[in-house]
Design a protein around this ligand. Sequence first.
Ligand code: ADP
Ligand code: MG
Length: 697
Amino acid sequence: MEDWSAQGLRYLKGVGPKVAQKLEKLGLMTQRDLLFHLPLRYEDRTSVTAVGSLQPGQRFLVQAEVLHVGTSFRRQGASRRVLAAKLADHSGVFTVRLFYFSAKLQQMLEKGNWIRCFGEVRIAQGELEMVHPELQLIDIDQPPPLDQNLTPVYSTTEGLHQQSIKKIVGQVIDKLQEHDMPETLPQDWLAVHHFPDFKSAMLCLHRPRDSKDVRLIAQRNHPAQHRFVIEELTAHRLALLERRAEISVRQNPPINTTGKLIEQLTCNLPFSLTQAQQNAVQDLLQDFDSGKPMLRLLQGDVGSGKTVVAALACLPVVESGFQAALMAPTEILAEQHYQNFKQWFETLDINVVCLLGADKGKKREQKLAVIANAEAAVVVGTHALFQASVEFNALGLIIIDEQHRFGVDQRLALQKKTLNENMPHQLIMTATPIPRTMAMSIYADLDYTQIDELPPDRKPVTTSIVSEQQRQSLIERVAGSCECGGQVYWVCTLIEESEALQCEAAEVTYQALQQQLPQLSIALVHGRMKAAEKESVIQAFKRGETQILVATTVIEVGVDVPNANIMIIENPERLGLSQIHQLRGRVGRGSRESFCILLVKNNLSESVRNRMDIIRNHQDGFIIAEKDLQIRGAGEVLGTRQTGEASFKIADLLHDQNWFAEVEALAALIRKSQHQNMRQQLLRNWVGARQGYTEVG
Ligand code: ADP
Ligand code: MG
């Protein structure tokens, strides 16, 4: 059967170039996309409600006669008139109120006319009314037919009317009714679970027959939804497993180690590894031994010591004659890793180089040369590392730090870079502590290691909420602590989109603090400064030459200055909980007692206060992340909303966790060869447009 659903949208009525553009904004390019553009909610226009039975707060369809109509000015002296019409049927009276109206509408609402209205009912001054309902003039002796099904309401975009998108999607639903589409799940599996087939499930969600369906759908509890949730998660999983399977047969750099370098570095460290760190290293060594490319996610809360594990991972690779590359999400962090690596590797005679986007001209040429001729065994950098001009001599291991900060594109570019050669081993590190089952579902293509323990000397960071009114006494307290040798981060936040404003806010705070505390050395770092400038500011802070570092959230990830013991976060309510936790992780790294102060507005809403209390009362990133997930949803927390990596059409990682086991089983079933066609159709339906899963390899 020819797949009609792959057709573009211009074959549909009402879709010209302009509308097509609008639809594309919604991610809708093919007719299949429209099918999967499921309604947000439904409206019931299948029956007429008597005026006497209207309930405030709900939407109803009524038919009533205009008894009286009048206009008045909204306020004294206002220029705009308001229209109010009293309508009645045999059972009661209500008012239709319009704040904007045309002459035509006014005509329609003439006394004695019968009107069909659909809208939300509310109570104003003790009476029932509808504000701006949909209005239709009818002949009460021969009223037009009512809708057969509930009316879907779709998400849409500016300039594309609900009516239009409804009509466009409607055409595709009609096609489905007529032509059907291949079933994507095994019949016997559907039967066991009492799930509807593809067509009925789709029809039911777009055109539910009765309010029982709608009630179940609103509760996310309809079998048609369950079917698609499981189906989407399964498709996602299949794509990941497939990618994994392709990668595992790739040639990969053979790593043989005597363990000597690892032993040496561990002995040189000023601390001993935690058990969790040792276990992580064991996992990595096993991967090197397996003969397959390593593809492992290393997850550990802020401060759990992932960096040193990354360093240890480089050693067997270098020992086997390959290069290792560490990619960090910011220049500040790349530079810091470089400093650490240089110090750790110096005595082992391993050469480290740091490549940043800011490196230009001759300096860059030189660095590129030592990377290409393998003089540099370990290369640290930002994503600048994976630009086309960077050529490695023999890349054996790629480490990605703070993975959630990178988009799919960057990860893909990295994989493409290695397509025709040996597949380097990959270690992906993240501090976003998501529940294990969820991690395994999003990263089904990765093996998983968790560092579930902090180094023993860590003291909890005492967190308090301080209001703007107490700013002055806070500044005095900060000064006092600095005089005793402490160091302070003062973080200025603003909504992330506006980096410029954020820098400005930091600038203002910086100047104010300088004025009030002339005896202290205060520095400023933000995202708009040049890399070298940022670097020298951070280095001075590290060396203890500056006492207060005013910063934007650029310091969120990774920065490590053990002597810093106070962090002030201005307007923390603008950040997600996990992000605040990451920031707070910058203090409490040394032996000093540490504090995190959330400097909030004077009047906090209750919900914000509750969120801040979560931070104050919890130190464990996993608990915080779970609460954050509940509040903000998975896409936001994982930082994948923009990148689309874990954005699902219907599944919701948080609410649908209980299906994960089912998904695993179903994916295994479908991977068996007799279901080849289904597998392909599943991938086409759910992940087709998203590159990366299907394209690699
Ligand atoms: P993260 O996991 O957040 O990347 P880092 O690797 O930056 O954490 O480590 C945080 C701090 O803890 C660093 O100063 C590091 O030197 C130190 N550290 C790492 N492992 C240990 C350990 N086993 N014992 C004591 N300190 C450690
Ligand atoms: Mg780190």
